[in-house]
Design a protein around this ligand. Structure first.
Ligand SMILES: C[S@@+](CC[C@H](N)C(=O)[O-])C[C@H]1O[C@@H](n2cnc3c(N)ncnc32)[C@H](O)[C@@H]1O
Length: 227
């Protein structure tokens, strides 16, 4: 896959790419984030703050990392992803559904929470995704989105850019697939900046939007409540 696909090819290209890298996806994630991604997911699950036993949908669940954290926290987790390769490599007891997250196979207001890890960049229309998440969440339902971020400050930005744009593609290429891990830093271009993302969330029907940074600003957790 060339770094950034044309819009009409994006969904197909993203799906094939994740099918291909699925077997070593978890390994590369752990190496690339120094194992910190687990603590970020735990923080996201804690931020949901919904009653034990409530249904939480993990959209773009990949290999099920979020589902495992959700189940450990006592939630009724359901994972959704369109990559069969990722679902087949998943290690979770939670039910998994193969579907497009832009058309979730759940009724209106059927979930108390939604999580989404590192997938905003991969959908063709972030506004449409947020609208779909608002549809399946009940009023007062909680959303927790984890994403990559760009640190503030020249020194941090320079260090981060060296790591994310140069070292990560080398690591990913050595352990897994060169093209996929060239796409990873490039795909950050699809991410709206914080005010634009807040605006999209509010337009979709979310309030109480909060942003928390991890790893000196290299990752972000955005939480919001279905108004
Ligand atoms: C970077 S992975 C993240 C996986 C997992 N959430 C995590 O935190 O490790 C992105 C995932 O989004 C999925 N994805 C992207 N667009 C999708 C869509 N439109 N419908 C369903 N899954 C999608 C991919 O198949 C892939 O598994």
């Amino acid at each position: 896959m060339s770094p950034l696909p044309e819009p009409q090819d994006k969904a197909g290209a993203v799906r094939s790419m994740f099918d291909a890298i699925a077997p070593r996806y978890d390994l590369v994630n752990r190496v690339m984030t120094f194992g910190l991604d687990r603590s970020w997911r735990r923080a996201a699950v804690e931020a949901l703050g919904q009653p034990r036993g409530s249904t939480v949908v993990d959209v773009a669940c990949g290999t099920g990392d979020f589902c495992r954290e959700l189940s450990s926290a006592g939630y009724g987790a359901v994972g959704v992803d369109f990559s069969w390769g990722m679902l087949a490599s998943a290690r979770t007891e939670a039910p998994l559904v193969q579907a497009d997250v832009l058309r979730l196979p759940f009724g209106n207001g059927s979930a108390a929470g939604v999580t989404c890890g590192f997938a905003l960049r991969n959908v063709t229309d972030i506004g449409a995704l947020l609208g779909e998440l608002a549809r399946v969440l009940e009023r007062g339902g909680r959303l927790a989105l984890l994403e990559v971020a760009r640190p503030e400050g020249t020194l941090l930005r320079t260090g981060h850019s060296l790591y994310f744009n140069r070292i990560v593609p080398l690591l990913g290429g050595a352990l897994s697939d060169k093209a996929a891990y060239r796409y990873l830093p490039e795909s950050a271009a699809y991410l709206p900046d914080p005010p634009a993302l807040q605006h999209l969330l509010e337009e979709a029907g979310f309030g109480r939007v909060r942003r928390r940074l991890f790893a000196l600003g290299a990752a972000q957790l955005i939480t919001a409540t279905r108004a």
